[in-house]
Design a protein around this ligand. Sequence first.
Ligand SMILES: Nc1ncnc2c1ncn2[C@@H]1O[C@H](COP(=O)(O)OP(=O)(O)O)[C@@H](O)[C@H]1O
Ligand SMILES: [Mg+2]
Length: 260
Amino acid sequence: MNALLEVRQIAKAFGGNTVLHDLDLHVNAGEIVGLLGPNGSGKSTLLNVISGFTPSDDGEILFDGVPIHTRDAYAISRMGVCRTFQLPAMPSRMTVRDVAMAASIARHGPLDSLIRPASVRRLEMQTRERAERLLDELLLTRVAHLPAASISGGQKKLLSIACAMMSEPRLLLLDEPTAGVHPNLRNDLVAQLKRIHAQGVTLIVVEHDMHFIRDLCSRCVVLDRGNMIANCAPDELAQSERVLEAYLGGSRQAQRFAGA
Ligand SMILES: Nc1ncnc2c1ncn2[C@@H]1O[C@H](COP(=O)(O)OP(=O)(O)O)[C@@H](O)[C@H]1O
Ligand SMILES: [Mg+2]
């Protein structure tokens, strides 16, 4: 069986700074993979390369057997690969509801309605219904009328997940979804990600919180300076000297890590 996502020998440098070194990553449909590593290890860059926001220098990426590394972010999103950002920026003049609605352009394409004007009203109704449902599921109905820039950091993260879900992804890439999120909202977020996964969406999640990782992920991949240094179950991370060295900087913290 083909992997849903196959990253083969991907390399990326910014100027003289090589950020990804001939990286391989296979993700099967239905997995939740945690992507870990110290700051600057290349996690966000890898998500950017997979989702087409940053071109790679070398290597190839297949999604469901189809090469995507030559396509732009818009085309990749239409194929079913979406990402959320570490610090989602929200427009100040659009409401939360408007932002969710606008995200559907990634799915339908801005020209679809011009080419097939008869379907505009139906498309608009379907888009509105889907946006309302996602806002409800992601606990945002209460703030749907507010300017998107005015909601809390945690709510912005939920909104960015709603936006990504508007394009009905098969693979969702989440960049630090719980960073800066209030602990109360964090449990909701985990529950929502489990629900999205149960709907058949495969997830790759960049995350630092080990409780979150253990709760959510079936497998972890650890990067260090753009190299993969571990690919194992969450419980096995604490036994890897390379991970402890790179990620935690020594074996004293390792004890804390193992007990976290
Ligand atoms: N657009 C960019 N231009 C130049 N350097 C970048 C850019 N994006 C990331 N980098 C560099 O790539 C390295 C990895 O960054 P990043 O992928 O954001 O790491 P992580 O998400 O693991 O913290 C860092 O050294 C960072 O400075
Ligand atoms: Mg990052």
